[in-house]
Design a protein around this ligand. Structure first.
Ligand SMILES: Nc1ncnc2c1ncn2[C@@H]1O[C@H](COP(=O)(O)OP(=O)(O)OP(=O)(O)O)[C@@H](O)[C@H]1O
Length: 321
């Protein structure tokens, strides 16, 4: 049994003008101790998928399919059990740490909170654990008395990671954990995440629009486009030898980790992602695809085998397999 199992997960937001299909039929497996990267442009459904894992989506979102963590069905789980699972078994590091921290509470109190709420420590033990956690993320223990505004962006992101680690969860979901940071600090935080995951038995799902960052940290990569996974496989293979034209374009857009020039504009990706309420038929990427053929607009899209442990949802892969 895998630690995390997603079967045919779809998420739809209800809005005044209709329904937004944000995630469409995603199936994935994540083993204990493994790191999976989820890549895609803005709007491809990455955050929606991440939030669905801990049922953190707003009330207008409807999730279907199955999400199991260590065999437990997260979507039908009672609220009491879900509260126990959050932080203690699975925690999330959000995009831009300023949104995840309370501006009027000291850092130490905020890191201690999940420990106290879950009854994993008494106040004195929690203080010691906070000092340990700060040390693990490379911050001095006196920072426990600081307020979020007294820290830099990179330090705040480290605090978020300390909070996520506090209860020693089995799974950490990190949604663009370094996007708001400058290149140097980004590299430091990525190294920290890599070291923490490697030195414990924690599984990681990391989300980014930057394939190079994910390939650096994660063993496996899933590339999303218009709510679907369009390519899946070992991250270095997907990054250096993508089989789906969309993954190729994304890899070309971010050739190296932290490259400030390539970060500015996704070169090689002409056009915009589709409006989810008006998705093109067949393969949703076909209007932007440099190698589209007549079959693409009507294709019944599936993830076809694209080599050892690899799949891709492209007609050219289907024909080659
Ligand atoms: N609360 C919401 N109500 C309606 N539509 C939403 C809501 N949240 C997201 N969406 C839509 O769902 C789709 C997927 O959005 P999502 O934020 O998951 O993508 P993303 O890949 O994480 O993008 P980003 O990198 O910009 O965060 C988008 O079309 C978005 O407009």
């Amino acid at each position: 049994m895998s630690l995390l199992e997603l079967d045919d997960v779809s998420v739809t937001y209800r809005i005044a003008s209709g329904e937004v299909p944000a995630v469409r039929g995603v199936s994935l497996r994540l083993e204990a101790g493994a790191a999976l990267g989820i890549a895609g442009e803005s709007g491809s459904g990455k955050s929606t998928l991440a939030m669905s894992l801990l049922r953190l989506l707003p009330g207008d979102a409807r999730v279907t399919g199955k999400i199991r963590l260590a065999g437990e069905d997260l979507l039908t789980m009672k609220w009491g059990r879900l509260r126990a699972v959050r932080w203690a078994e699975a925690s999330i590091v959000f995009q831009g740490a300023q949104h995840g921290l309370n501006p009027v509470r000291r850092i130490g109190e905020q890191i201690a909170e999940p420990l106290l709420v879950h009854g994993l420590a008494k106040p004195e033990g929690a203080r010691k654990r906070v000092a340990e956690l700060l040390d693990q993320v490379g911050l001095p223990s006196w920072r426990a008395r600081s307020y979020p505004h007294e820290l830099s962006g990179g330090q705040r992101q480290r605090v978020m990671i300390a909070m996520a680690l506090a209860c020693e969860p089995r799974l950490i979901v990190a949604d663009e954990p370094t996007t708001a940071l400058d290149v140097m600090v980004q590299a430091q935080v990525l190294t920290l995440i890599k070291d923490l995951v490697a030195s414990r038995d924690i599984s990681l799902i990391m989300i980014s629009h930057d394939l190079s960052v994910l390939a650096d940290v994660c063993g496996q990569l899933a590339v999303m486009y218009a709510g679907r996974i369009v390519e899946y496989g070992p991250s270095h293979e997907v990054f250096h030898d993508a089989r789906h034209p969309y993954s190729k374009a994304l890899a070309a857009a971010f050739p190296t980790v932290g490259d400030p020039v390539s970060r500015m504009a996704p070169k090689g990706l002409g056009g915009d992602p589709p409006d989810p309420m008006q998705l093109p038929g067949g393969c949703a990427f076909h209007p932007r695809c440099p190698v589209a053929v007549d079959a693409c607009p009507t294709l019944a899209v599936d993830l076809w085998p694209a080599g050892d442990r690899r799949t891709a949802a492209c007609v050219h892969v289907k024909e080659a397999s």
